[in-house]
Every structure is written in structure tokens, then in C-alpha cells.
Design a protein around this ligand. Structure first.
Ligand SMILES: O=C(O)COP(=O)(O)O
Ligand SMILES: [Mg+2]
Length: 226
């Protein structure tokens, strides 16, 4: 049997432009074990990706703030505090960087994100005053409740689905994947990963983005056949 997977999305299943690599449509629906998408994106993004990939909806969204497994959804993280911090950031002259529709935060239930061109120093100063933290995933700044992590989300999924996190193989690319790497049995950082993810992974891959992820999946399939 191939092992269950916990996969980051941006930087891991995408290309350098952040577009989903079409090879995901070949390899993920035919994976013969659970595939969990674990992302910093808002809840609807991984749910739609599961839908269009034809995968059961098992997702960790918002860096662990939202977890869906076996039809049950749980939330952690203080969205109101994150919103209050974001409002204060704007009141002090900051700009989150989104247009009026703000699809980045519109359906976000446990945290708030800002574009990477936002004033980082001001964002961190304000977040600190609200006892929140700011993480830079390389895709956005997330204003979030400390302790809400993808790895904690993986533990929750495992409780619901009666798996041991040790059985999982994780692939990711950034600071928000380090907690997953700490919980999963085996962990891989793609070559484009940031230093925190590389430091937390068991193995740093030679290849970037989906090339790196596919190299892991191919070797897992070979192990399974051997
Ligand atoms: O939303 C982000 O900032 C990054 O998303 P990811 O966790 O899927 O890489
Ligand atoms: Mg990522």
C-alpha cells in the first residue's frame, strides 16, 4: 500500500507562477490512500480543488484554522481578533493590498491575510498588540492566532479518520508546513522551499515545485511495488 499524503498547495502542487500543475489531475485522484490538502488558503480553495480533482473532501485550510474530515468541520483561531488587528493596521495607514471584492479574505474564517507588499513592520507591530502573529508564506502575510498550525490540523484529521500521523508522507515549501513536517512520519521540502521548511523537513528535494512533489510520489509508488 502506498502511504497517505498530506500536501501543501502553493509552491508544492503549483508552478513558479502559482498555477496548479496539470499533472496533479493524473496522480492525485489515482493515489491509493487518503490525500489531504493542507493550505494557508481560505477554506473554499482546497474544497474546490478536491471537487475538481475528484478527491474526497479532506482538507486543512487557513494554516490549520479550518479542518474538514469525514464531513465534519472544525474551526480554531480568532477571526475577530485578526479582523480587529487588520482594521487597526488600516487605521494607522496600512493597506492589506486587496481590491474591493477581497476574495483572499472574503470567505476566510479564522485569520486575515495581507499582500506581500503590505508594510510588514507595521503589520507585525499591530499583530503583536493583539497577541497575534504574522507569518510570511512567500505568498501572503497571515495575521493569525499563535498555535493554530497545519500540523495540529493533521492530528485532528487523523483522530477523525482513525489514522496515525506517523503513517503520512508530507510535502511542502514554506514556514506554514514546518508543523506538518513535525507531525508526519516522513517529510519532504521541495527545492524552492524557504529555510524554515528546509530545516524542518527530513529530506530537501533536488527538484522544485510539482517536479519535486512528483519525484516523491514516484519513489513512494516504487517502494510499494518493491
Ligand atoms: O496561502 C498561502 O499563503 C500559501 O498557501 P499554501 O499553504 O497552500 O502554500
Ligand atoms: Mg506552500
Amino acid at each position: 500500500m502506498v502511504p497517505p499524503l498530506v500536501l501543501d498547495i502553493d509552491g508544492t502542487l503549483t508552478d513558479a507562477e502559482g498555477h496548479l500543475d496539470p499533472r496533479a489531475f493524473e496522480v492525485l485522484p489515482t493515489w491509493d490512500a487518503p490525500v489531504i490538502l493542507a493550505t494557508g488558503k481560505a477554506f473554499p480553495y482546497p474544497v474546490s480543488l478536491c471537487h475538481y480533482l475528484g478527491l474526497p473532501q479532506t482538507v486543512i485550510a487557513e494554516n490549520g484554522g479550518v479542518v474538514l474530515a469525514d464531513g465534519e468541520v472544525t474551526f480554531t483561531g480568532d477571526r475577530e481578533a485578526a479582523q480587529a488587528a487588520a482594521d487597526e493596521f488600516v487605521a494607522r495607514g496600512g493597506d492589506l493590498g486587496w481590491d474591493a471584492a477581497d476574495t483572499a479574505n472574503r470567505w476566510r474564517e479564522t485569520e486575515i491575510i495581507a499582500r506581500l507588499d503590505a508594510d510588514e513592520a507595521l503589520l507585525r507591530e499591530v499583530a503583536d498588540e493583539f497577541d497575534l502573529e504574522v507569518i510570511d508564506t512567500g505568498f501572503a502575510y497571515h495575521i493569525k492566532t499563535p498555535g493554530v498550525e497545519k500540523g495540529v490540523g493533521l492530528e485532528r484529521v487523523c483522530e477523525t479518520m482513525d489514522y496515525d500521523p506517523e503513517e503520512f508522507v508530507a510535502v511542502g515549501d514554506s514556514v506554514n508546513d514546518a508543523s506538518t513536517f513535525g507531525v508526519a512520519g516522513r517529510s519532504f521540502a521541495v527545492a524552492n522551499a524557504d529555510d524554515v521548511a528546509k530545516g524542518a523537513a527530513d529530506t530537501v528535494l533536488e527538484q522544485s515545485y510539482m517536479d519535486g512533489t512528483l519525484s516523491v510520489l514516484e519513489s513512494l509508488r516504487e517502494e510499494d511495488v518493491a
